[in-house]
Design a protein around this ligand. Structure first.
Ligand code: 6AU
Length: 261
């Protein structure tokens, strides 16, 4: 059966990565496929926002290296919110180096991402070594990778062949692959993997730096998005809480339409 018309709860049993199983489960239980991209630069801004919108999201996506006042207790509080509201944490680190360097970037340094992130984003560009390294550094029982197979930005250099080779590279590391960051449903067929799609806004069609936005209808119904990343559509709104609910409702309605055929 086609992945995009199966409900999340039926896809759990196809998932080989535990984070994918957890995410399907959270989406089905909380009835939300909204991932908040909390691209704010102060820890209080992020934590306050999550207090307000935590109940409406299945996952928060962080860029830990844009935070001005990072301290270790930030991740402790982030984890507490994730437990309280039952959402996962995706660190959007977009690893893109040789395996050895990436294994250090994942586990060492100021941020020690491997200690707190449920999953991370990774580029396939350097080749298989990057997945081999993460497979070795991660506690594979509880961690996951979203591999970038397509991007939302104008003029990006990803080709059809790059995308196909990215998907075939992932098939060798099924235990750590949660899914793909991509824009189109033809990217992969496996119902146990998750399509994470950024570049979504209700009001704008682009920003000034090459980001391209599509509507919830387009990304979920036509293009097969399973988890939808919304950043400034919520963070820059006058009332982020109200806007988070608007995105959650619009995205869930589109998902129901898709699985209802
Ligand atoms: O909704 P925005 O435009 O404010 O934020 C979109 C977020 C940003 C980007 O770093 C990220 O999504 N992103 C990614 C990811 C998730 O990997 C890939 C991509 O192709 N486009 C994109 O915008 O935090």
């Amino acid at each position: 059966m086609e992945r995009v018309i199966l409900p999340y709860e039926k896809r759990i049993d196809f998932a080989t990565n535990l984070v994918a199983r957890q995410l399907f489960n959270i989406m089905a239980t909380k009835k939300t496929n909204l991932c908040l991209s909390a691209d704010l630069t102060m820890t209080t801004g992020i934590l306050d926002l999550l207090e307000k919108v935590g109940e409406h999201i299945c996952m928060v996506k962080t860029h830990i290296d844009i935070i001005d006042d990072f301290r270790d207790d930030f991740v402790v509080r982030l984890k507490q919110l994730a437990d309280r509201f039952n959402f996962l944490i995706l660190e959007d680190r977009k690893y893109a180096d040789i395996g050895h360097t990436v294994s250090l970037q994942y586990s060492k340094g100021l941020y020690k991402i491997g200690e707190w992130a449920d999953c991370v984003t990774v580029h396939s560009l350097p080749g298989e070594g990057i997945l081999k390294a993460l497979n070795g550094s991660m506690n594979c029982i509880t961690k996951g990778v979203f591999l970038l197979a397509e991007m939302s930005s104008e003029g990006n250099l990803i080709t059809q062949q790059y995308k196909q080779e990215t998907v075939s590279m992932a098939s060798k590391y099924a235990n750590i692959i949660t899914g793909f960051v991509c824009q189109n449903k033809d990217t992969f067929q496996n119902p146990g993997l998750i399509q994470l799609t950024p570049g979504v806004q209700l009001e704008c069609s682009k920003d000034d730096l090459g980001q391209i936005y599509k509507t919830p209808e387009k990304v979920v119904v036509e293009n097969g998005a399973d988890v939808i990343v919304v950043g400034r559509g919520i963070t820059a709104a006058k009332n982020p809480e109200v806007q988070a609910v608007a995105y959650k409702d619009a995205l869930w309605k589109c998902y129901i339409k898709r699985i209802s055929g």
